[in-house]
Structures are given as structure tokens and as C-alpha cells.
Design a protein around this ligand. Structure first.
Ligand SMILES: Cc1cc2nc3c(=O)[nH]c(=O)nc-3n(C[C@H](O)[C@H](O)[C@H](O)COP(=O)(O)O)c2cc1C
Length: 185
């Protein structure tokens, strides 16, 4: 699959199962992430690779964190929180590790992490896997982030759920590009 084919045929999949990418494939996926555009060569990224029993650890840490930040929600959503990490065999939590002492603005560093996330989605798809980028109530919860031992300038920008699906994914019709493109010529 060439790059254009990979980009145009990517489709998110909410339910994912084994197999997940192998160690060798993961190395390629992370190499793709590290080729994200990066102003000032700051490498403002961290990736938390959660698989196997790591998902139990994530489930427990998420529940504990939400019990602190929002006990009501923890009670109400306990099952949802505990089951969330098991929606895929692999989760890559993408973090913008913002370098505060840099002249490169925070927004650019966050966008760089977003580009790394997209590279992960495209690389996974081109290797035959499916994925979905989620945030939801976990990603932006400070207590959950603290449970990952992140630094104070680290911002979780997404949970990338990765695995396989036997469902045929329908790629939607691509909109009329002229609705979005303003030509000056
Ligand atoms: C930053 C970001 C956060 C997202 N968070 C969620 C989420 O929490 N839950 C969800 O179902 N989809 C979320 N999405 C949307 C899906 O990743 C996906 O883009 C959407 O379902 C459309 O599918 P497609 O990517 O195949 O077009 C998010 C997308 C982005 C870019």
C-alpha cells in the first residue's frame, strides 16, 4: 500500500481484537511516529505502550484516579472505566511532552504530538491493522495523567486503540474538496 492509498483508505474501528502489531511491526510504527514534523527538533513526545496485563493496570489506575477527581462518576461508570482498556489488544497513549523553556509555542508542540498520533494510525493501517483515536473522559483527566508519572508539562492528547477487526470497514465518501479549499490563483 503506498502512502496515498493508506491515507485515503484508513477508517477507524471501535471494536478491536487480536492480533496486535508484533514487536517488529511496533518498531516500524514508532519510527513512523518519530518522523512527525517537529519544530526546533524538540521531540515533544512520549508514548505509553499498554498491552497484555498492562491493560489491567490501566483499568485500575483509571478507576483510582477518577475516584479521586470525580467520585460520583467513578461510581456511576465503574464498569465502563474498568472495561475501557479491553476494547483493543494494544493502546498507545500519546503525550505531548511540552518543553516550557523553548521558544517554540506550546500549540506547535501539541500539534507535533498530533502528527505523531496520525503517523501511528496510518502506519498501523498500512501494516493491516485497525485503530481508533479516542480521548473521552480519561484522556483529559489530570488524575489519570498523574497515574502515568507524567511531568507537569505533559499533556495526554489521545488513546490510540490498535488491533484487528474482521468487519469490513466502509470508508465514507470523501466530501467535495471545494467546500474546504479556498483557491487563490
Ligand atoms: C483528538 C480526537 C479525539 C477523539 N476522541 C474520540 C473519542 O473519545 N471517542 C470516539 O468515539 N471518537 C473519538 N474521535 C473520533 C474517532 O477517532 C474517529 O475519527 C471518528 O470515529 C471518525 O472515524 P474515521 O476516522 O474513520 O473517519 C476522536 C478524534 C480525534 C482527532
Amino acid at each position: 500500500m503506498n502512502a496515498i492509498e493508506a491515507i485515503l483508505s484508513r477508517k477507524s474501528s471501535p471494536r478491536l481484537q487480536d492480533p496486535a502489531p508484533s514487536e517488529k511491526e511496533l518498531e516500524l510504527i514508532y519510527k513512523a511516529a518519530l518522523r512527525a514534523p517537529d519544530h526546533g527538533a524538540l521531540k515533544p513526545w512520549k508514548f505509553i505502550n499498554v498491552s497484555g496485563d498492562g491493560r489491567k493496570k490501566l483499568a485500575k489506575a483509571s478507576l483510582k484516579a477518577i475516584e479521586i477527581s470525580d467520585p460520583e462518576s467513578a461510581k456511576k461508570n465503574k464498569e465502563k472505566i474498568l472495561n475501557a482498556p479491553f476494547r483493543a489488544p494494544l493502546i498507545i497513549i500519546v503525550v505531548a511532552s511540552v518543553k516550557e523553556d523553548s521558544i517554540i509555542p506550546e500549540i506547535e508542540q501539541i500539534l507535533s504530538a498530533g502528527a505523531a498520533a496520525q503517523n501511528i494510525l496510518i502506519a498501523s493501517h498500512s501494516l493491516g491493522y485497525s485503530a481508533i483515536w479516542r480521548t473521552g473522559f480519561l484522556a483529559f483527566n489530570k488524575e489519570v495523567s498523574l497515574s502515568f508519572d507524567l511531568d507537569k508539562n505533559d499533556i495526554v492528547i489521545g488513546y490510540l486503540y490498535i488491533g484487528s477487526t474482521d468487519k469490513k470497514l466502509e470508508v465514507p465518501e470523501i466530501s467535495n474538496i471545494n467546500e474546504f479549499v479556498y483557491k487563490w490563483s
